[in-house]
Design a protein around this ligand. Structure first.
Ligand SMILES: Cc1cc2nc3c(=O)[nH]c(=O)nc-3n(C[C@H](O)[C@H](O)[C@H](O)COP(=O)(O)O)c2cc1C
Length: 205
């Protein structure tokens, strides 16, 4: 049995390709491994931007927190607890202005928590979430895996860095890209991703 956590973040609702394919992977993994599937839809329920109540609250001992700090830290604690219990994490992210959706950034701002998901050792920062498998689905209108636009992929590289920083280093990336170049290109991009997911799920079985 395995705990699967699906985190989706696209603001495009039912049109979202990252949500569609991340959901397909999470459901496929769960069908094979069994166990619960927790869905965290960050577009439907975006975490707030972090604010002083959270910044101060998380370094204040629980008994000394104001009620506002208690509420702010509770949001982060819930998101971190979902991560900690998960064996497999499937993350969907659709590129917005060359980066990740702000809803997903707000999620990272809550789960990147010193002393909880990362610490500082003798050799620098150390991620504390170990032994988890991550599938990262990134959707982009342009093509960023290669070619002239590759240096401007501030989504996938940044997400890999953020995940690694909290200890999530076993990451398989699935891209759906090049969907803005007309219906035929979009169809081909989607077909490529479907093929990649079939292979990925066959391997995961
Ligand atoms: C507000 C907005 C900004 C976007 N910015 C970019 C961008 O900077 N580069 C790009 O290649 N595609 C961009 N796109 C296209 C999306 O990345 C593309 O539609 C992708 O499929 C979005 O992910 P989703 O399908 O999961 O929603 C943008 C789309 C929207 C709605």
């Amino acid at each position: 049995m395995s705990h699967t956590l699906l985190v989706t973040s696209s603001p495009r609702g039912g049109d979202s390709l990252s949500t569609r394919f991340a959901t397909e992977i999470a459901e496929g993994i769960q069908a094979r491994a069994g166990g619960p599937l927790i869905v965290r839809d960050l577009a439907a329920n975006p975490p707030p931007h972090i604010a002083p109540a959270y910044i101060q609250g998380r370094i204040t001992s629980p008994g000394d927190r104001t009620s506002e700090q208690v509420e702010a830290v509770k949001v982060a604690q819930e998101l971190v607890d979902e991560l900690k219990v998960a064996d497999v994490i499937v993350l969907g992210s659709g590129m917005i202005n060359f980066g990740l959706p702000s809803q997903l950034k707000a999620w990272f701002d809550h789960v990147t928590w010193p002393g909880v998901t990362f610490g500082y050792g003798d050799t620098g920062p150390k991620g504390l979430l170990a032994g988890k498998k991550v599938y990262l689905v990134t959707a982009t209108g342009g093509v960023f895996s290669e070619g002239a636009w590759a240096p401007f992929d501030f989504q996938t590289n940044y997400l890999l860095h953020l995940l690694g920083f909290i200890g999530l280093t076993d990451v398989e990336v699935v891209r759906v890209e090049g969907t803005v170049f007309g219906p035929d290109a979009a169809k081909a991009a989607i077909a490529n991703t479907e093929t990649a997911i079939k292979a990925l799920l066959a391997k995961a079985a």
